[in-house]
Design a binder for this molecule. Structure first.
Ligand code: ATP
Ligand code: MG
Length: 363
């Protein structure tokens, strides 16, 4: 079986280091490994509109930002197909048929949707489109016959929902759709990076992000304002590393070589953590160290982005060509789905002959 990847982002803002650690970095590694025959990267603008119906200008503006961020991180349009969701109308039609295979109570049980509803204060005013976005995501994944979906932890319930839809569809209509698997990054911290305020998830919606395109000064000031241990008041106080955002980020980004470059007094993260727990290691010092690491990681991304920013026409061309290519693949799946659901009436000569025979017998 062909190995296919489908993954992507909502164009609700620029990409942040949570995206980078949990999704985009891995995406580029997969692309460069050559292990997958096809890689589709979706800019999910239709999904972004489900909770931004009256904010469509924001979505429109951010399609370019998300494309630039992906390219800056090393996504190569020669190897990966970068496309825009709304330009593939086949996806909407697929979602419409899948809706018949999912119950309201099943959607209500989705923990990520539950959390997102709470975050947006939707309660009873939740738009139907937003409520059903896991189904639309199943359409995205299956349209491209994806076998693997690399995602951050918050997306696991969506992949599970997709697998259920695939199984149900294949059971009713015959083997048609491919069942995808989710893939999390190996480093657990990276698959759910908290915001600089220490809240569960760095998220565009929570305003707690370090953006990939932030300037060195912005990065530094965000790192210096990070949530640490509120009881660690004096340098000499023993400190807590649990729930301490700086250490969480170090778990995500720090490598041993960083110590020889920026903080020679320790040889690894464990030693540094022990010192912090004992007391005698101040927050300013750990923040400065993290700042050096993040600056080193983000500088080449920012540089590459600046290059791409010089020719915005070319970026829209990449998206347009990617969307044409993606549409061919989705149309092929939709043909198969229509045949399986037996709504291809006019291509089904057997049906027409049998119907005719029924009436011939009557006359
Ligand atoms: P929104 O608030 O608009 O939903 P978001 O910040 O959650 O934005 P998405 O576009 O929904 O971003 O997510 C894109 C990808 O990045 C998904 O695979 C998601 O799992 C991953 N991701 C998002 N936030 C994080 C995070 N803080 N840590 C790790 N991965 C993340
Ligand atoms: Mg999200």
């Amino acid at each position: 079986m062909e190995k296919v990847i489908l993954t992507g982002d909502r164009p609700t803002g620029r990409l942040h280091v949570g995206h980078y650690a949990g999704a985009v970095k891995r995406r580029v590694e997969i692309q460069d490994s050559g292990e997958y025959q096809k890689i589709f990267i979706i800019i999910a603008d239709a999904q972004a509109l489900t909770d931004n119906a009256d904010n469509h200008e924001k979505v429109r503006q951010n399609i370019l930002e998300v494309a630039l961020d992906n390219l800056a991180c090393g996504l190569d349009p020669m190897k990966s197909t970068l496309f825009v969701q709304t330009q593939i109308p086949e996806l909407t039609e697929l979602a419409f048929y899948y809706m018949n295979l999912v119950t309201v109570s099943r959607l209500q049980r989705n923990p990520t949707v539950k959390a997102e509803i709470q975050l947006r204060n939707f309660e009873a005013s939740i738009p139907v489109g937003f409520f059903t976005y896991p189904i639309s995501q199943a359409a995205d994944i299956t349209a491209f016959k994806a076998t693997m979906v690399p995602v951050g932890e918050d997306q696991l319930p969506m992949i599970e929902q997709t697998r259920e839809i695939v199984r149900k569809f294949n059971a009713i209509y015959g083997e048609t759709l491919a069942e995808p698997e989710a893939q999390l990054v190996e480093n657990e911290t990276c698959s759910r990076l908290p915001g600089i305020d220490g809240k569960a998830k760095m998220s565009k919606s929570l305003n707690n992000c370090i953006y990939l395109a932030d300037s060195p000064e912005e990065i530094k000031s965000k790192v210096m304002s990070m949530y640490t241990d509120p009881d660690h008041l004096k340098v000499s106080d023993p400190g807590n590393i649990e729930g301490n955002t700086v250490f969480t980020y170090l778990d995500a980004f720090c490598k041993e070589e960083h110590f020889s470059r920026y903080l020679k007094e320790y040889s690894n993260l464990q030693e540094m953590k022990e010192h912090y727990k004992r007391g005698g290691l101040g927050d300013v010092k750990i923040k400065k160290f993290l700042n050096e690491i993040l600056q080193e990681e983000l500088e080449p991304i920012r540089r590459k982005r600046k290059e791409y920013e010089k020719d915005i026409f070319a970026i829209y061309e990449i998206l347009k060509e990617g969307s044409i290519k993606a549409r061919e693949e989705a149309a092929d799946t939709l043909d198969k789905v229509r045949a399986a659901v037996k709504i291809n009436y006019f291509d089904d000569l057997d049906l027409i002959i049998k119907q005719q025979a029924k009436y011939r017998n009557l006359s």
